[in-house]
Design a protein around this ligand. Structure first.
Ligand code: 5GP
Length: 193
């Protein structure tokens, strides 16, 4: 990555389920070895194809609670009945190594840390709720009830978009990727952070 500072930067990305964020972040980290995704802890069950330590650290509720009590998390939130949290020490290690860390977290977690956690806050939304519904049905990973739940939660998340530094609407994957990439590059060159 074109880098002019020693310490890495944090990029906080929130996007409703089905917006395409996973694909975009995978592409970004593959193109730029200096950008790494922070791996969250979750109590959610591992889905088929997901790998421990790559997608998430999958832990029991007791382990998660233990980490909360020890103050391990920068933030944590309950999303769709499961807990998700960002490990303070892991993110700190990435930044200290000069790597840029992408934190893919929901709007509750992102807006909770925004007042004290330095970073670039990016919100990515779908072109419309109808389009999001179509994408969620097409990806076939969620039940009918899950889709309904995700859609109603997405409506709430969309209202939080104005609180972010950047808003991207993912109408076209290629274009969105270029916008996302441009934000990362421009932020590296910003003098006042
Ligand atoms: P999924 O279960 O579909 O992977 O993720 C569900 C939601 O949890 C997504 O909106 C995702 O961004 C969010 N999420 C993932 N990791 C974290 C985290 O560490 N903290 C918070 N607050 N949300 C997270």
């Amino acid at each position: 990555m074109l880098n002019n500072s020693k310490k890495g930067q944090a990029f906080i990305l929130s996007a409703p389920a089905g917006t395409g964020k996973t694909t975009l972040v995978e592409r970004l980290t593959a193109e730029f070895p200096g950008i790494v995704r922070s791996i969250s802890y979750t109590t959610r069950k591992q889905r088929g194809g997901e790998q421990e330590g790559k997608d998430y650290h999958f832990v029991s509720f007791q382990e998660f609670e233990h980490k909360i009590n020890r103050g391990d998390f920068v933030e944590y939130a309950e999303v769709f009945g499961n807990f998700y949290g960002t490990d303070k020490a892991s993110v700190g290690r990435l930044l200290d190594q000069g790597l840029d860390a992408v934190l893919v977290i929901d709007t509750q977690g992102a807006l909770e840390i925004k007042p004290f956690f330095k970073g670039v806050y990016i919100f990515m939304g779908p072109p419309s709720i109808e389009e999001l519904e179509k994408r969620l049905r097409e990806r076939k990973t969620d039940s009918h009830d899950d889709i309904e739940l995700r859609l109603s939660w997405a409506q709430k998340e969309l209202q939080q978009a104005p609180h972010y530094d950047y808003n991207i609407i993912n109408c076209n994957l290629e274009k969105t990727y270029n916008v996302l990439k441009s934000i990362f590059i421009a932020e590296k060159y910003k003098l006042k952070k």
